[in-house]
Design a protein around this ligand. Structure first.
Ligand code: SAH
Length: 252
């Protein structure tokens, strides 16, 4: 289960924090580290020293230019956020996230991404809206933001606790967790759908990109909540294609 969990860091600016993240991950048995558009070097004296022996994670880490690329193969992406945002999104506590992990990490090809933001400004609304759910570590409301590596540590610990609980379940051969994630759409498939949806809504004059009124964000929230299966996604895309054709035929 632990090898199916990816830690994604967006726009990190301190090498020491990247090293601290590697250490936190390795302590808890996680190894899949992805960096999106880092704003600093990944392998420095500082990061190696903060990694304290977990620097192999830094050498293995993948670097991407966009969040979409980093989570393209994931069936669940959860954004870690210190603050609540304008448009409410499904919220999980770290424990609720942990409870879902054993099932979310089935089958073997399943990948779950935990997405963390910049030290100075966290995750943007657009990034948060690319996540199925958000996780908030309950902290002092007057001082809510943890250091990046500390936030990763808390969630990595929850992942480990979930894994240990799962290992105990397996031992007693009582595991009856569902394993139907094979059918779920990946992040990349959903993104293609959202692009197609927006194009179609513009073509039928339902959506005016000049006056977006959070429409696409609200639709994203709806579809991400529904977690469509591949087969359902094919139906939805078929409906969009038919809509585009019909709109085209009606044009004078
Ligand atoms: N100053 C930023 C927070 C940066 S902390 C802000 O106000 O948004 C860096 C990252 O650590 C955050 O983007 C988030 O992913 C994670 N983080 C920090 N505190 C957190 C908390 N209480 N709950 C969940 N994630 C947290």
């Amino acid at each position: 289960m632990l090898e199916r969990i990816r830690i994604v860091l967006i726009g990190t600016s301190h090498p020491g924090n990247i090293g601290g993240v590697a250490r936190a991950m390795h302590n808890m048995g996680l190894a899949d580290l992805a960096l999106v558009a880092p704003r600093c070097e990944m392998i420095t004296q500082d990061s190696i020293s903060r990694a304290s022996g977990a620097d192999h994670l830094l050498h293995q880490a993948h670097v991407y230019t966009t969040l979409e690329e980093a989570v393209a193969d994931c069936t669940l992406a959860v954004g870690a956020s210190a603050r609540s945002r304008t448009l409410p999104w499904p919220m999980l506590s770290p424990r609720e996230l942990a409870d879902r992990l054993p099932a979310e990490c089935q089958p073997e090809a399943a990948r779950v991404a935990l997405v963390f933001g910049r030290e100075d400004s966290g995750l943007t609304n657009a990034e948060l809206q690319r996540c199925h759910a958000h996780v908030h570590i309950p902290t002092n409301a007057d001082f809510s933001s943890l250091n990046l590596a500390a936030a990763v540590q808390v969630l990595a610990y929850e992942c480990r606790m979930a894994w240990l609980g799962q290992a105990n379940l397996d031992k007693t051969a009582a595991s009856t967790l569902p394993s139907d994630n094979e059918a779920l759409s990946t992040h990349a498939e959903l993104e293609h759908y959202f692009e197609h949806l927006e194009r179609t809504l513009i073509a039928i004059d339902f959506h005016d990109p000049a006056q977006p009124r959070q429409l696409m964000a609200r639709l994203r929230r709806l579809y991400l909540r529904a977690r469509p299966e591949r087969m359902e996604m094919n139906i939805l895309r078929g409906i969009l294609s038919a809509t585009e054709k019909a709109a085209h035929r009606k044009q004078p």
